[in-house]
Design a protein around this ligand. Sequence first.
Ligand code: OXD
Ligand code: MN
Length: 602
Amino acid sequence: MVEQLQNLRLKSWLAEIADLCKPEKIYICDGSDREYDELCALLEASKTFIPLNQEKRPHSFLARSDARDVARVEERTFICSPTEKEAGPTNNWRDPIEMRAELLQLFDGCMKGRTLYVIPFSMGPLGSELAEIGIELTDSAYVAVNMRIMTRMGAAVLEQLGDGDFVKCLHSVGVPLEEGASDVAWPCNPEKTVIAHYPQHSSVWSYGSGYGGNALLGKKCFALRIASTMAQKNHWLAEHMLIVGVTNPEGEKKYFVAAFPSACGKTNMAMLEASLPGWKVECVGDDIAWMKFGDDGRLYAINPEAGFFGVAPGTSMKSNPNALRTCASNSIFTNVALTPEQDVWWEKLTPEPPATATDWLGNPWTPESARAAAHPNSRFTTPLEQCPVLDPAWNDPAGVPISGIIFGGRRSHTIPLVYQSFNWQHGVFLGASVSSETTAAMKGVVGKLRHDPFAMLPFCGYNMGDYFSHWLEMGTRSTAAKLPKIFAVNWFKKDAEGRFIWPGFGENIRVLKWIFERVDEDIEAQKSPIGYLPNLEDIDCTGLQLSKQALGDLFAIEQSDWLQEAEGMQDYLSQFGEQPPDSFHEELAQLRARLKGEESSL
Ligand code: OXD
Ligand code: MN
């Protein structure tokens, strides 16, 4: 099999890695249905997969991870650029030579007794000018089947690659199997987990975790951390953004991208079922957008992925009916609960919980149990093509033209439901100002406010200060009329009793409608110290139970809160030394002046 490989770089890299990791076998994935089924059967035999009820959830499986391996591990994720400055203050930097020495020790013999799977994958439509090819070498069949769903994977990718270059992604669960030793359902090595990125060599070395973004290396490691460095060099953008097409009742369509930190409802917004008659939202992607200017001066986006790796808890017929329709079959569920009928369940999936279930750890569970049945970061892996609201252009190699960019965070206070930036520079400042209450998508405390610029804090492969400059520079590559307009949203504002004021989910179309109409300046807006705010009558509240008072609260701008916000931003920016662009200091000064009524330069 290996002898048949045409690409000499791949051949020699594979030989080098096989020599280091010492797998028992090497298997090159062809991406076929037959292969997928065989790997699933293997995972069933090794007890990693529990087959679900064929009638209720055809061709689907449940996996339960090791309880210590349940989320991305940011404190063990490293950027190994030549200097610390290139990684910047928001990344964990490690000296590349030192790290390499450690990795060589860790990976030495790490695949003993296991199969090394060679996974050729394309991020983006095969052959698209915007797409890039990667090869993941992994000793996990679970990773191979998930990558089959999440990427365009298999023989066609090798063919497309020819003798070209590719991003090298090496992954091991870090548990060699000595002769005669028996395996566990979810091998992992949490004490020694390391996820190391080499932006200069376009390579990733991931050891010890089998979960999500730690192991499916096409996603966060390649499509964001490595790709962001490629994008900086080559004048494009690799972003943590969903992509949607929005059509108004007159049949006019515009595409938007939106960045939110992990587990803030990106998947819900990507598949939104519009509550306003005649409005339609179609999904191109729910997590990552790669964007480049076209010859016509407009920004075009592709979704580099081919599947959804969505957070399960909270996904329901109310919050995201289309996600449930998407994962009705051919899906992999990880760390959700199992019902007595061998179907899946998670918190809020149904109005009433099942009377009994088996929790994500495999223990008996009832609604009286004082713990969640599904892990808060449990996930479904499901093919994009099964999404009933998939946009017809989802696989278009040219991408879709973007009219607006939306930034959001999870903020109980201060940030209004929606506002618009004055211009590109101000919009980039808004993106850089995103902060959000933390969620279970990453290990650590939930609900703590942290700065998460562009929702890229854990995903930017280089100095965040340079990343800000890159965004500003991108704005000089087209004309103001053709650049997407930039907006900020907050679905999560709470009232004095701690209840969400805005109903969210399908009702968010009311906000998208305002954004849609502002893009061409079809409607007026009010200049405020923080940006353009809607005239309240332009937020379509037809049929919505929302008092005038509540609507007003959603847009209330408290001067003291905003001055504090500006203070926080200044402190945050100070860590970048001379790196944050001068224009950010101007933006800060102007924001303060406008808040204090000292400036009339709006
Ligand atoms: C994700 C994340 O899995 O952002 O998409 O954590
Ligand atoms: Mn994400």
